[in-house]
Design a binder for this molecule. Structure first.
Ligand code: RP5
Length: 169
């Protein structure tokens, strides 16, 4: 059986600075992925063909980032039963609220798990995709657990430093 991977799609190269956050998290967690620039509006046929092909080759989850009237995640979800995570990209005259509503307001039966607008959302898309794969990969689940522990330790460290600073002052 082919190795599972995550397919990360974005509507334009202008989305890459934000979507790099998804790629960084997947790399850090040692999750295999593919990346494609493909658009629901500008290249609808190529988008459909890629999703069907990736699905058949072992894609376990799709991440789709797009801005403005963002229909990429929905177009992906229309062509696969694998989980689809939508990342609304900001930077438009509506600061990404347009992309958020376009991505999240899916009709019943074609779900898109939509994360926050922009950088935090792109990173969370990486974590969420990894968590989906981790349901069948105990080593990945252990790496995710370590990541959570490191995040908690970093917050505790920041608090310790703040308390020391306050005590000195
Ligand atoms: C969307 O339109 C893309 O996802 C991008 O966020 C936005 C603008 O695209 P460009 O004009 O920068 O290529 O389809």
């Amino acid at each position: 059986m082919a190795t599972s991977f995550v397919a990360v799609l974005m509507g334009s190269d202008s989305d890459l600075p934000v979507m790099q956050g998804t790629l960084d998290i997947l790399k850090k967690l040692e999750v295999a992925f593919e990346v494609r620039i493909t658009s629901a509006h500008r290249t609808p046929e190529q988008t459909r063909e890629y999703v069907i092909d990736a699905d058949a080759r072992g894609c376990a989850a799709f991440v789709a980032g797009a801005g403005m009237a963002a229909h990429l995640a929905g177009a992906v979800a229309a062509n696969t039963l694998k989980p689809v995570i939508g990342v609304p990209i900001g930077g438009s005259s509506l600061q990404g609220l347009d992309a958020l509503l376009s991505t999240v307001q899916m009709p019943a039966g074609i779900p898109v798990a939509t994360v926050a607008i922009g950088n935090a959302g792109a990173k969370n898309a990486g974590y969420l995709a990894a968590q989906i794969l981790a349901t069948a990969d105990s080593d990945l689940a252990a790496r995710l657990k370590d990541e959570r522990s490191a995040g908690a330790a970093a917050v505790q460290e920041k608090n310790n430093k703040l308390q020391e600073t306050l005590a000195e002052g």
